[in-house]
Write a protein that binds this ligand. Structure first.
Ligand code: 1GP
Length: 249
């Protein structure tokens, strides 16, 4: 079924309205802090993504429900595996890891998801997902047992993204990996965007306004930021950790 959420992304892309998704890793999220976390997000936030590489079953649903109490922004599941799918969310990025050759992440997890998807009303958005080398070993590479694509291989990355579109993907997601040292380069974003007729998402290692704007300028329709909005140590040593909006630091 559709909630019109993909159509809204496509419209924004055509109108060149840039989108910002903040990614929450359910494993690291404190359910009691949903309200305070949401208050730290920049006003331009358009989407909340929830997902991670290794999340205990049932945790994603708890996190989505806690967030739903305090926000009307669309919540997308960005799952590392089919167990993270929950009907409490508004949409599912149905990710196929096109950069790798692990059949479980190309199609296997998808088949495992079907019995659940059949029962629930969730907008499913087929997404070509490409892991690029962000300069460190990413959780995606570790968990999926696949290698990231070197960022120098621009044409291969472009061809892979285009193959995703031709196979029916409605979005392409260029991922440098959470906590990447090096985000996806402007050269790659530009080259991929030129080839695609579908919206482009870029994430991994984007921590500042400047990096975000660079991704937009190169052609990203949506930027995803996660680590930058995770809890940071306070100035008070061991006393606590707090959420800080990186854009105001
Ligand atoms: C990871 O693209 C996202 O899947 C976000 O990465 O945590 O580095 O912002 P960061």
């Amino acid at each position: 079924m559709t909630n019109g959420l993909y159509d809204a992304i496509q419209r924004a892309s055509l109108e060149k309205k840039k989108l910002l998704a903040i990614l929450i890793d359910p494993e690291k999220f404190d359910l009691n802090e949903a309200a305070s976390f949401l208050r730290t997000l920049p006003v331009e936030t358009t989407h909340i993504f929830v997902g991670g590489s290794t999340v205990p079953e049932g945790r994603t649903e708890q996190v989505v429900q806690a967030l739903k109490n305090y926000t009307a922004k669309p919540i997308f599941i960005f799952p590392g595996d089919h167990n993270q799918i929950t009907e409490s969310a508004d949409a599912l990025l149905f990710l196929s890891l096109l950069s790798g050759r692990n059949p479980d992440y190309l199609v296997g997890q998808h088949i495992k998801a079907v019995s659940k998807l059949r029962e629930i009303d969730l907008e499913v958005i087929p997404t070509g997902y490409l892991l690029l080398d962000g300069g460190n070993l990413s959780a995606v590479a570790r968990v999926t047992g696949t290698e990231a694509m070197p960022q120098e291989h621009v044409q291969h990355i472009v061809d892979t993204a285009k193959a995703g579109e031709l196979m029916g993907a409605q979005l392409v997601y260029l991922e440098a990996g959470s906590g990447a040292h090096t985000p996806v380069s402007q050269t790659i974003i530009k080259a991929v965007k030129q080839e695609l007729n579908i919206p482009l998402i870029v994430g991994g290692g984007i921590r500042t306004q400047i990096q975000k704007e660079k991704a937009y300028q190169a052609g990203a329709d949506m930027v995803v930021m996660g680590t930058a909005f995770e809890k940071q140590p306070t100035n008070y040593g061991n006393i606590g950790r707090t959420y800080l909006n990186p854009f105001t630091r």
